[in-house]
Design a protein around this ligand. Structure first.
Ligand code: 5GP
Ligand code: MN
Length: 337
């Protein structure tokens, strides 16, 4: 899967460059943070000056990951972020395939003309300019891809506890605890080897999934009871939450993690969506089972993208108009879902 020539190029860059920036996407998830931090720890062992930058806050359930306290959030530290990006000799783009996902970090990144760019990602059709691309869609996650890169580049890297914990967290979260996107045997081989690095997988699970606030659990109950719409004849279900409802439950980023999957547990539902009134727009998540490509759907109608069975997008209309547009489209698609 990984080309030896690309590994040699990467090794050459790592010999040559010292100031390295690792970029994660907006609304960072377990995969982008786990991958960035795994690489960060490896670069530290090489004596590099590495910095992990994210456009906005990471959710509370990822804040314990080894090295997370060193992450710089662009939204809160504009100047520091800009300085780090301007000084970088090498920039990694981790777990995303288009610059739009960098939000406000895109401008400083594009002003840096000297840095070599390396992409490490598992989304289809990367549209980021980079000298070196590690782009694989058969893997479960970017963290798994990074694992395979480490195996070729320097197998000792995965023995380092902080790196192993972060890689495992990335793979576990992006596969929804190995429920989807996990039918590639290499995923399980990677996990087996990470367990041999003495990580405590029960502890990692509990720190991520048993670490929610009481508010979040009650919001989930409310969403399921009152705000889930099931359209059985269209094999579609969705949940929608307004700003007022989120506020009522003391919403903080990460609280709605996993909500989009809930309608898919209803018999016969193959397409699900979650609509959240956040900031100036409606943030949308899509999931599907089977062949219905939600990344294409999201890209065509909701300014987004992602994977075939997991994608996201946004809409700048009101919640009501957004839901009407969605239901109209679902009816048009009909049997295709
Ligand atoms: P989530 O629904 O968990 O936010 O995202 C699911 C998948 O869709 C992830 O792979 C993520 O990278 C992608 N995604 C989410 N939101 C957007 C978006 O606004 N634009 C694009 N291009 N991809 C998105
Ligand atoms: Mn990912």
């Amino acid at each position: 899967m990984i080309n030896k020539k690309d590994i040699a190029t990467l090794a050459g860059y790592l010999d040559r460059y010292r100031r390295i920036v690792l970029l994660s996407h907006v609304n960072p998830d377990g995969d982008s943070i786990g991958s960035s931090l795994a690489l960060y720890h490896y670069l530290q062992t090489l004596g590099k000056e590495a910095t992990v930058l994210v456009p906005n806050d990471l959710p509370h359930f990822l804040a314990w990951l080894p090295g997370a306290d060193k992450i710089i959030v662009g939204k809160h530290h504009r100047q520091k972020t800009a300085r780090n990006i301007a000084a970088a000799e090498m920039i990694f783009f981790i777990d995303f395939n288009e610059e739009g996902r960098l939000k406000e970090l895109a401008e400083p990144v594009n002003s840096n003309k000297q840095a070599v760019r390396v992409l490490v990602d598992h989304h289809p059709e990367p549209r980021i300019r980079a000298e070196l691309l590690f782009s694989e869609t058969q893997v479960s996650s970017t963290a798994e891809l990074l694992f395979h890169i480490f195996k070729e580049l320097d197998a000792e890297a995965i023995r380092y506890h902080a790196t192993a914990v972060n890689l495992y967290a990335g793979i576990m979260t992006d596969t929804g605890c190995f429920r989807y996107n996990a039918s590639y045997p290499g995923t399980w081989r990677a996990v087996a080897e990470l367990i041999e690095s003495h990580i405590d997988i029960d502890d990692i699970y509990a720190r991520i999934y048993d670490n929610y606030s009481e508010h979040r659990m009650r919001l989930m109950g409310y969403a399921l009871d009152r705000k889930m719409v099931i359209l059985p004849e269209l094999h579609t279900g969705y949940i929608w939450l307004t700003r007022e409802e989120l506020d009522r439950y003391g919403y903080v980023p990460g609280d709605t993690e996993g909500f989009v999957n809930l309608p898919l547990s209803v018999e016969g539902i193959r397409f699900s969506a979650l609509f959240l009134e956040l900031g100036e727009h409606i943030k949308i998540s899509f999931r599907s089972k089977g062949n219905f490509a939600v990344n294409e759907f999201s890209n065509r109608y909701f300014n987004g993208g992602g994977h075939r069975n997991a994608a996201g997008g946004e809409c700048h209309m009101s919640m009501q108009e957004t839901l009407e547009k969605f239901e109209r489209l679902v009816r048009e698609y009909g049997e295709k879902i």
